[in-house]
Design a protein around this ligand. Structure first.
Ligand code: MLT
Length: 351
């Protein structure tokens, strides 16, 4: 299914048309996103924090699942690019009356939407939309089920590059509920694409998906071993909303074994950075002393997220879909492919 992912995300010139997943994103393209983000960092420090790149374009934020950081930073990013931004209030929309996702999309497209930023509890929802859209409209995945959260992974890469430089020499540990985490999946694909060879997945066996070793990820069930001499530790939240059945004895027990405390952190490199996508559960996966301590780069991650999302939005907006399958599908009387709700899930090799 790799081909499906790539052909949906990239146009024939290899430019980013939609951003759906980090899986299959070529390293030079990831580097281009990070370099483009570099240019937008300065915009956030200026008195006038905007550039006219998306003036006249309409960005619709469709968050079918809760979000604080992702939704707000997408909104800020779009506004800094001078786009017109519309935040659909899902609870007050016709979705609550049973309107289908694609009917909602069609109606918003009729309002001249240019970009949809989509978060959905169903893995694959942004793929369904991408296959359905007219060639001039773009979709950016802001998190779909357990499947992918590509802009989080890209801002994680940005943060790592900012503090640590070149990727191949780094030891990176991803710790926690990897089974249920779209951030972990997207991070793993992105870090491997950037050439990280010492990548560890750390957590209890019940929260580790199968297939990690085959991808070149070292699996560790003990925290001390998993973070030993690590340059980067990415902590994950326990995704209790996605857990099926009891996978853990208790949050206290989890913290005792996998919580990142100052004592545990001593096993990592002295200059190790600690990351977390948020929202954090203090006292469950991370101790407050670490979350607020000198190793933590959790808040800079949020700031970098704005520049990275500006980069993604500006890049998709400037790509053209030449001769896309959708152009054919949109012809009068043709059948729009509605039935690919899980197209994205099928590309997710983990778990
Ligand atoms: C996500 O939406 O996946 C978050 O950024 C991470 C989390 O919810 O734990």
């Amino acid at each position: 299914m790799q081909v499906l992912t790539e052909s949906l995300q990239l146009n024939r010139d290899g430019a980013l048309h939609h951003l759906l997943s980090t899986e299959g994103l070529p390293r030079p393209l990831i580097e281009r996103i990070l370099t483009t983000a570099d240019g937008f960092i300065a915009v956030g420090t200026r008195e006038v924090k905007s550039v006219p790149l998306l003036r006249g374009r309409s960005v619709f934020n469709l968050f079918f699942e809760n979000s604080t950081r992702t939704r707000t930073t997408f909104e800020i990013a779009s506004k800094r690019l001078s786009a017109d931004v519309y935040n659909l209030n899902i609870a007050a929309s016709s979705t609550a009356k049973g309107e289908s996702l694609l009917d909602t999309i069609d109606n918003l497209t009729a309002m001249q939407a240019d970009i949809f930023v989509v978060r959905h509890s169903q893995g694959g929802a942004p793929y369904l939309i991408a296959r359905h859209l007219a060639p001039h409209v773009h979709v950016v995945n802001a998190g779909d089920g357990r499947h992918a959260h590509p802009t989080q992974a890209l801002l994680d890469l940005y943060t790592i590059r900012h503090y640590k430089g070149a990727f191949p020499s780094l030891s990176v540990a991803v710790v926690g509920d990897i089974l249920n985490s779209r951030v972990a999946r997207s991070d793993i694909h992105a870090l491997l694409a950037m050439g990280v060879t010492d990548l560890r997945a750390v957590g209890p066996l019940t929260l580790l998906p199968t297939g990690l070793e085959q991808m070149g990820v070292r699996v560790c069930t003990r925290l001390e071993e998993g973070i030993r001499n690590a340059d980067v530790i990415i902590m994950l939240r326990l995704q209790s909303e996605r857990m099926r059945g009891a996978l853990l004895p208790s949050a206290q027990e989890y913290f005792r074994n996998y919580g990142l405390t100052p004592q545990a952190l001593r096993h990592a490199k002295p200059d190790c950075i600690v990351m977390h996508p948020g929202p954090m559960n203090r006292g469950v996966e991370i101790d407050s002393t670490v979350a607020d301590g000198p190793h933590s780069v959790i808040l800079p991650q949020v700031s970098f997220g704005i520049a990275v999302r500006m980069a993604v939005l500006s890049m998709v907006a400037s790509s053209q879909r030449s001769g896309s399958h959708r152009a054919e599908a949109a012809a009068p009387g043709s059948t729009v492919p509605h039935a690919r709700a899980n197209a994205g899930e099928s590309t997710a090799r983990l778990g």
